[in-house]
Design a protein around this ligand. Structure first.
Ligand code: CP
Length: 320
């Protein structure tokens, strides 16, 4: 039972409910993880994902092993039939099978390279481990998606949405000096498509996300128009998908300010973090009462915990 994308969630509302129950009693299922180990492999940096997934595993009674693969592991080959006479020392075939002997679940973080779209879309690291590992896999952010972040965001949205209200949720691009991946935005879009909400994506022309992901989600190129009546502003930068991995605009007028938030219906501000202050969002918003960013990060634990709980229950069934 893998957790690779939002499509691996059977029922978002049930998973959110279960995560909120775990938040109320985080140690209730300690027995599930007894004598089980999760191995977290990081090919890229992390603060929240690394610590919240370890915390979730510990809450479930699991042991954790963490490896910064890019710095400490051998350079991996992913192609079949390659003559490995260049820089790659080990094939994912052996690596995944060996790691599977040491743990019960593997978590993998491997970002998009943002230079070769088809290479990124192939998710070679995640799919390589999926193909050769003999234990369940958790996506800790891959080239295309960040489903643990989106599940945490769904928890946060549910906590701040009044019962029987259909909220207006806006995903707004904001400027950034570096080319950033599409993973967070992609999974947020897929998560919102599973919600009963008025969902709008706003970005400058040229920053359209993959149409296979946005499908029929509404796009509004006028940010101020999109903000009108919004209950939640979810902000994220991403690079161009069409001009793949390029920063085609750093237009500072797209930065989130209090003036912009005042156009909304008293909206809450959301961002996955890390965030560049006064580039993506002004201090006044990030430090203000409408900011949910710290609560979002807190909910990363319960998102990971509900996923790991389901994987542990699956392993328990296999053992019967
Ligand atoms: N939001 C998020 O995934 O944070 P980290 O990159 O610090 O893990």
């Amino acid at each position: 039972m893998n957790y690779l994308s939002m499509d691996d969630i059977a029922s978002l509302s049930h998973w959110v409910k279960e995560a909120r129950e775990l938040k109320g009693s985080p140690l209730k299922f300690q027995h599930l993880g007894k004598n089980r180990t999760i191995c977290l492999l990081f090919f890229n940096p992390s603060l929240r994902t690394r610590l919240s997934t370890q915390k979730a595993a510990q809450n479930l009674g699991m042991n954790t092993m963490v490896m910064n693969f890019n710095k400490e592991g051998w350079a991996l080959e992913y192609e079949d039939g390659t003559i490995m006479d260049q820089g790659k020392s080990e094939h994912v075939k052996e690596a995944a099978k060996v790691i599977s002997q040491f743990c019960d679940i593997i978590g993998i973080r491997a970002f998009a390279g943002l230079t070769d779209r088809s290479d990124d879309q192939s998710e070679k690291v995640l799919n390589g481990f999926k193909k050769y590992a003999s234990v369940p896999i958790v996506n800790l952010e891959s080239s295309v998606g960040h489903p643990l972040q989106a599940l945490a965001d769904a928890i946060t949205l549910s906590e701040h949405t009044k019962k029987h209200v259909k909220p207006k949720v806006v995903l707004s691009w904001a400027p950034h000096p570096k080319a950033l991946p599409h993973a967070v935005a992609n999974s947020f879009v897929r998560m919102m498509q599973k919600q009963n909400a008025d969902f709008v994506i706003t970005h400058p022309k040229g920053y359209e996300l993959d149409k296979d992901i946005t499908r029929d989600s509404r796009i509004e190129y006028d940010q101020e128009k999109a903000f009108q009546g919004a209950d939640f502003i979810y902000t994220k930068n991403w690079s161009s998908f069409e001009s793949y991995g390029k920063v085609i605009s750093q237009d500072p007028s797209w930065m989130i300010s209090q003036e912009k938030m005042d156009l909304t219906n008293g909206a809450k501000f959301m961002h996955c973090l890390p965030v560049r202050r006064n580039v993506v969002v002004r201090d006044e918003v990030l430090d203000g009462p409408a900011s949910l960013v710290i609560e979002q990060a807190r909910n990363r634990t319960y998102a990971a915990q509900v996923v790991l709980k389901k994987q542990l229950e699956y392993l328990q069934e296999l053992d019967k």
